[in-house]
Design a protein around this ligand. Sequence first.
Ligand SMILES: [Zn+2]
Length: 386
Amino acid sequence: MVILTNEVLIFLTRSYNMQNKPKHFATGQYTPQQKETLRASGYPAASRETFKVPDKFSYANTALEKLPCNLCDGNSFEVIATRDRNPLPVTTVICRDCGLVAINPRHRADWYRHYYREEYRNQMARFKGLSRAAVYTPEYHFNKTVPRGRALLELMQPYIKSGLTVEVGSSAGGILYAFREGLGVSVLGIEPSPEEAAFARLRGIETIESLIEDLTVEVPKAENVLSFRSLNHMLDPRGFFLFANRHLELDGRLVLEVMHFLNVAKEYQYLPRAIQIDHVFMFTPQVLRQYAQAFGFEVIYEGTDRKGGHMYLVARKVRDEATGADEQRAETYGETMAAIRDIHSSAALFFLNHRVPQYANRHLYKTKSALKRVLKALGLYTARRK
Ligand SMILES: [Zn+2]
């Protein structure tokens, strides 16, 4: 009997994942002058057309920073994982005081800026098994998020107010488009990606191109502040909650959609599956509630999507002051740790249950095409006519 030990499977998982790692090479055409120089220095003609150079993007070249807890300012952490889903070496900790899960130490803000510009979309494409990031156009995002925005609105409409609606991390404007269409309210997006902000404006969604940390434009007070699937990416959630408190009228609504950290880890029975380098902070319903309460909000609705991978929260602003975390801390840490201990986190099982089928699906099409070519060559295949 062949016994596949955990170690062997971890090794196989890593070897497999190596193929999905950044190539670290860029190719291109030489300029006529460069070709001339190469010809003069005796380069073979075939090598004078295109070049291949190491890509500048690297995950490992910068210093990391260690920060106090973003929610409670505490400094006592427990390491819960040392790899993310890709599997990059990422240290994930839980705060012993309030239960917030975060990557810590982490890359600095300038590294993340570089990462979002150069690598983020490519990494997402590789993770999803797409051969290139080119599918992630602003139009793709817009077309994908309009129906999602409509569904979210249907779910949350009773808790949402009529009036100016501001979205932080508004991408190509799809969510705001659906909100404007459904509620007839005026909308304003804040989005750092120039291409996505420009596309949103083309669709009539007024959008400020900026990170909220760098805002130089005055944002008027709103009745709703939305953030859908953006909070995980923010380097300072505290700053976002302060922004929401400052820019909402009293009784205004904060509307969030965030990845449900524990549900994703539970579904895959593999903790690193719920961790990704671009999700600097990871949330449980308890911690998200604590954030809202600490920054002047009262939670009025909580829910999850059908699969439970994302959670929703609507909270109303009840006071102007935003004091920080309240006292109920240790309990949340204990609950979250108990849930984490219940997750098997076997790299072997994750590999067999999720990576193998994913790999198979990805290559099914290629295999079919190759088979067709062989059959055609042998004269055994004729295209079916409609
Ligand atoms: Zn904390």
